[in-house]
Design a protein around this ligand. Structure first.
Ligand SMILES: C[S@@+](CC[C@H](N)C(=O)[O-])C[C@H]1O[C@@H](n2cnc3c(N)ncnc32)[C@H](O)[C@@H]1O
Length: 210
């Protein structure tokens, strides 16, 4: 039997502007060829990210955690023709899938992949970015947030995924949820941002850089 929350998710998806046919093919291939397809943000969060790129009139976007490219493709679709999205990942196999899909997309030319540990990549990046999306290893989140605070422009947005850790932040007992719960507390106290934690999917923190 499908639960009420699954029915609501399905209903919300049917009332959310769809991404692209390419996204559907990428969704399918990621399920067939990778062991953790659940890492993709999915159609609702993908559409939200695309809308946030539009609303911030972003020209430069930074993504930390690309996987097979689902969220990068969603955000790139809202960038202008001369926009740029820099995306970081460490996994060469999943990055190869992403590369192939970017090559088939009319927005692929806007995307630049940086393969390697994000902490190293971030040291060599020049801001300002209009929007930064953090969706990689949870151990790195604190450092990624600090780097993004410096790289994002004032009036820009930092978006962090998985900030509820399937509810484990309420009583954090494992290393990842302890890190995320501590970061939620830190962002809440950080006067440099105006933040909201959305209880959508696994929790999306929006932090507007003042
Ligand atoms: C949750 S997935 C990203 C999902 C992607 N945003 C999407 O919607 O399809 C997290 C990604 O972070 C990458 N990752 C893990 N540790 C990393 C690191 N130290 N530097 C860069 N990327 C890393 C993983 O290889 C994985 O592809």
């Amino acid at each position: 039997m499908i639960s009420l929350s699954e029915k609501i998710e399905e209903y919300s998806e049917r009332h959310t502007r769809e991404l692209s046919n390419l996204h559907q093919r990428l969704w399918q291939e990621t399920h067939e060829k990778t062991s953790s397809p659940g890492m993709m943000v999915g159609p609702i969060e993908g559409a939200l990210l695309r809308l946030l790129v539009r609303l911030t009139a972003a020209k430069r976007v930074l993504e930390i955690g690309m996987f097979t490219g689902y969220s990068a493709l969603a955000m790139a679709a809202a960038l202008p023709e001369d926009g740029q999205l820099i995306t970081c990942d460490v996994n060469p196999e999943t990055s190869e899938i992403a590369r192939r899909y970017f090559a088939s997309s009319p927005h692929g030319h806007k995307i630049e992949i940086k393969l390697g540990p994000a902490k190293e990549t971030l040291k060599n990046l020049q801001g300002p970015f209009d929007l930064c999306f953090i969706d990689a290893d949870k151990q790195g989140y604190g450092a990624y947030y600090d780097a993004c605070i410096d790289l994002v422009r004032r009036g820009g947005l930092i978006v962090l995924d998985n900030m509820l850790q399937s509810g484990r932040v309420l009583n954090p007992a494992d290393p990842a949820s302890r890190i995320i719960a501590a970061l939620n507390d830190r962002i809440q106290r950080d006067e440099r941002v105006e933040n909201v934690l959305l209880p959508i999917r696994d929790g999306i923190m929006l932090a507007y850089r003042r």
